[in-house]
Design a protein. Structure first.
Length: 284
């Protein structure tokens, strides 16, 4: 009887191992299929004009998406300036100051906010920012993406600060440092690699969002005039060009998709390298 149970367990383990291997291969295969498909269709339409010239009117060949590349950078910068500080200080509060009851409530709200669909974020930003200003703008797009960045910034900050050993806190406070000074001069430097990588991954997550920008930034075929005017972004340009009837616009959409995916991959790889070389990983 014991031998039969042992044999059944070995069979189950072998089946689970095989399924895990198959699923791993499928995941890797899907990733390389997407990358390869974008590479084949996107690279052939990618040239210097894509990064240096404005879009051509419909029906004219050539042109680029210089305004969308710059616009995406401006919107993501604004989103980071809004979402990262709020999420960071909320995460510091959860990790270092909060009590049990309020911490539970705040974490619950953060998790709910993280689960809100991005299109709902866009509708809210439209109602709160676009309608009062009576026009679309980069500011509205930055606010929508910034709100989306808050919950991930909160959870990332809390987790990496909690990973710092309490002995460092106790040692600093035993030497007479205040709670705030301990956090900003001892705890944060110890967790800086994790915090940096978390914020980069957060940025990569919102870089490809389209729905919020359709309701807020809208788009622009020319250079944007500041943060209070409609602005072109890569995700929205990809959407507009992909549903257009002209084949040359489809090729531009493939090129933009390749550039956007490459940007996200670079951010992800950079974040992984930072956390892999950080002091926290070395201690483990």
């Amino acid at each position: 009887m014991t031998m039969e149970i042992s044999g059944s367990r070995k069979l189950v383990n072998a089946v689970m191992l095989s399924l895990s291997g198959v699923c791993t291969i499928l995941v890797i295969g899907v990733l390389f299929f997407i990358l390869g498909y974008l590479l084949i269709h996107g690279v052939k339409s990618l040239n210097l004009d894509f990064f240096t010239k404005l879009p051509k009117p419909s029906g004219e060949a050539g042109g680029g998406m210089a305004n969308a590349v710059a616009g995406s950078g401006k919107v993501l910068l604004l989103a980071s300036l809004i979402g990262v500080p709020i999420g960071f200080f909320a995460g510091v509060y959860l990790a270092e100051y909060s009590g049990k009851t309020f911490a539970f409530l705040l974490r619950y709200v953060v998790d709910l906010l993280n689960g809100v669909p991005s299109i709902v974020m866009g509708i809210v930003a439209y109602a709160v920012v676009v309608k009062p200003l009576k026009h679309f703008s980069a500011l509205a797009g930055g606010i929508a993406l910034g709100i989306m960045m808050i919950p991930i910034a909160v959870r990332t900050t809390e987790e990496f600060l909690r990973a710092v050993p309490n002995s460092l806190r106790e040692g600093a406070m035993a030497l007479g440092a205040t709670k705030a000074r301990t956090i900003f001069t001892v705890v944060m430097p110890a967790a800086i690699s994790g915090l940096t990588s978390g914020m980069l991954l957060n940025l990569a997550r919102v870089a490809g969002e389209t729905a919020p920008l359709l309701f807020t930034a809208l788009g622009n075929m020319f250079w944007s005039k500041g943060y209070l005017a409609p602005i072109a972004t890569l995700p929205v340009m990809i959407y507009n060009y992909a549903i257009a009837p002209e084949d040359d616009l489809h090729q531009q959409a493939w090129a933009a998709g390749f550039v956007l995916l490459t940007l996200v991959l670079v951010i992800n790889v950079t974040a992984r390298m930072i956390i892999a070389r950080g002091p926290a990983s070395q201690r483990r």
